[in-house]
Ligand binder design. Structure first.
Ligand code: URA
Length: 433
């Protein structure tokens, strides 16, 4: 078999056999197939797609390209959650403790941010001394003890995705449904969870820009999970504007802490209640979504979700004083207010522009080696649907950089206004089972 023949076959829109997909993935992981041939294959898949059988096979070979974790030492049904990425998405930091406080078991392996999207691991690492590295044994012990662990993916888990994702990121081949589905599902399947809740983001700040493609991605992933006997549900959530009000690592941790105290923004909390209810039913902790939602409200009101977050931070070596007293988080040197020039209603707040701007302020990385400024970011005072008067505060920009004039212009341009009243889009667009 020759890789060039497989690339030509896919380029011409033909199906790849299981053996051919195995040849590519095995060869790429062990170094026999070079990056340039894998990127050509990724581009051919981007344009010509894959059928269901090809996607299932690709997922399977990617999952088994490294270690497959056995979580059977954790009692009960393990649930995991994965978002396809967004701006201001601190959901896992709020949802994880909420679900665990209700009795769910969550052993979550998270990723880092790249480009305009943030990553849960970076956010967690803004908590002084917190470690995202744990052995499998340590993770199992932690979940058995407190019901929750959020750690980094071990290097032995799905090496095929590690190589391929980095390659896709620099070859314009990220936004491909077969490649995203195989990437997400191979990781979730290899991490040993019993049930999977997928948050498929849709809108300007997401990889899927419209409902049709988000639905197709969600359906593809739900089918793969269900076929492999994992209870899989997808929530389609809006990412046309950022989620919540904070964008940037320690700013988002502070918003997560406020949310666990019952002071969370409406869109973030609705996403947590909807996703959490589904997860508690998947975990068989609750019988109905209504019962689960009630339980989730209770753990916010009685403070047990917040205490669960403190336990997790402590178990992972983090300084809990920062969680109990978030004013301890270091602030950036500069805070710059952006104000409205007009009267009206916010009709648009472009999540992609805000995510890219936050990255340029220092909150994200352009390459994997970039060092993040944990205090940098943006806190949004006005979001879509809000009424504004000339001179009202739109947002506050936090940075340690001196020369950010062009970023400030871009942030202001991310806002669009209308004279007519505007209704914000609901955060939950659809649920696919
Ligand atoms: N998230 C992933 O884990 N993989 C993708 O390909 C896209 C988003």
């Amino acid at each position: 078999m020759r890789m060039v023949d497989l690339i030509i076959k896919k380029r011409d829109g033909k199906e790849l056999s299981n053996e051919e997909i195995k040849f590519w993935i095995d060869g790429y992981v062990n170094g026999d197939i070079p990056d340039y041939q894998s990127s050509a294959m990724a581009m051919a898949i981007f344009f010509k797609g894959m059928n269901k059988r090809e996607i299932a096979t690709l997922t399977d070979y990617m999952e088994h390209s490294g270690e497959v974790i056995d979580l059977s030492a954790i009692s009960g049904i393990k649930v995991d959650k994965h978002s396809t990425g967004g701006v201001g998405d601190k959901t896992s930091l709020v949802l994880g403790p909420m679900v665990a406080a209700c009795g769910g078991k969550l052993a979550k392996m998270s990723g880092r941010g790249l480009g305009h999207t943030g990553g849960t691991l970076d956010k967690l690492e803004s908590i002084p001394h917190l470690s995202i590295s744990k052995t499998k044994m340590e993770m199992v012990e932690q979940v058995n003890k407190i019901g929750l662990a959020i750690i980094g993916q071990t290097s032995s888990l799905v090496p095929a995705d590690k190589k391929l994702y980095a390659l896709r990121d620099v070859t314009g081949t990220v936004e491909s449904i077969p490649l995203i589905a195989a990437s997400v599902m191979s990781k979730k399947l290899a991490s040993g969870t019993d049930a999977i809740l997928l948050d498929v983001t849709v809108g300007e700040g997401a990889f899927m820009k419209n409902m049709d493609s988000a639905r197709e991605l969600a359906r593809t992933m739900v089918d793969i999970g269900t076929h492999l006997k994992r209870d899989t549900v997808a929530v389609l959530s809006d990412m046309s504007e950022p989620l919540g009000r904070a964008v940037g690592n320690s700013l988002e941790v502070k918003e997560a802490i406020a949310s666990l105290h019952g002071e969370g923004p409406e869109d973030l909390m609705e996403l947590c209640y909807t996703s959490g209810s589904i997860m508690l039913v998947q975990a068989k902790v609750c019988k109905t979504l209504e019962e689960a939602r009630e339980k989730l409200h209770k753990v916010i009101e009685d403070g047990s979700a917040f205490e669960k977050f403190c336990l997790m931070v402590e178990a992972q070596g983090g300084d809990v004083e920062y969680i109990r007293h978030p004013e301890k988080f270091e602030m950036s040197k500069y805070s710059i207010e952006i104000r409205s020039d007009v009267d009206g209603y916010v009709s648009e707040l472009n999540a992609l522009e805000i995510g890219e701007s936050a990255m340029r302020l220092g909150a994200g990385r352009e390459t994997l080696d970039d060092v993040i400024d944990m205090s940098a970011g943006i806190v949004l005072s006005k979001k879509v649907g809000d009424k504004v008067k000339k001179g009202d505060l739109l947002c506050i920009v936090y940075t340690n950089k001196e020369d950010v004039d062009s970023v400030l212009v871009d942030i202001k341009n991310a806002y669009k206004f209308s004279k007519e009243e505007v209704k914000a889009l609901p955060v939950i667009r659809e649920v696919i089972r």
